[in-house]
Ligand binder design. Sequence first.
Ligand code: GTP
Ligand code: MG
Length: 236
Amino acid sequence: MSTSEKPEISVGLPAYNEEGNIRKVVSDAIMALKKQNRSWEILVIDNHSSDGTVAVVKDMMKEDPRIRIIEHEKNRFYSGSVASILREAKGDFIMIMDSDGQFTVEDLPSFMDALEKGADFVLGWRRKRNDPAFRLVASWIFKQLGRYWLGFNLHDLNCGIRMFNRRFAEAAEITANINLANPELYACAVKHNLQVGEVEVHHFPRLQGETCNTLADSLRIFATVNRHMKELSENL
Ligand SMILES: Nc1nc2c(ncn2[C@@H]2O[C@H](COP(=O)(O)OP(=O)(O)OP(=O)(O)O)[C@@H](O)[C@H]2O)c(=O)[nH]1
Ligand SMILES: [Mg+2]
């Protein structure tokens, strides 16, 4: 595939200060993608990192033109990184995966299977999670808010790996400035009558880099998330 052609698969990686993780995440993604008999690209979205994330990615780009980077000139929250992937990814099928090493592109075949069976937007489900207890409680509360405001009826509303087809990518729009994206993506699917699915995924502990989420942050964010989902529900 030349760089001007459209790949079948895009893997979008939101990255913020992931100098310690990004090389392994990108090279593991390449290994997983090479097992597929499909063309691909990897699109790293640097959300204005202050560490060496961009330098590591640019170094890897010298070896493989299928790796691209979008550099945000200011931090645009996690949602802004997802918006950039929606706009810039060229693939027929687009995966968005956190770049801290907690997820793996090895799960791609399960997503492709669900998409090829008719789903437009497929969320990951961390049945076995590697997170501290307070994160499990926080996720449970997010899910209840999702149920209440958006009618969310699947297992995992804030999983950092999901995949969708071009139809979904054309319809979806991210407008919020917030450190999450799944509620708005899910609301887009509902609004446009698109099929939503879920697949079980692997989940690993964060090994490198600092968590940006403390218990205090989680508690503070509930009010914000509640307001965010209420707004989304008003536009369904
Ligand atoms: N926190 C944060 N992460 C961002 C941002 N932009 C992109 N990311 C990436 O989003 C992904 C998820 O962020 P994390 O901080 O790992 O969030 P999490 O997985 O919910 O929490 P921990 O892994 O426990 O810290 C990572 O790959 C980050 O590099 C941002 O503005 N803030
Ligand atoms: Mg993480």
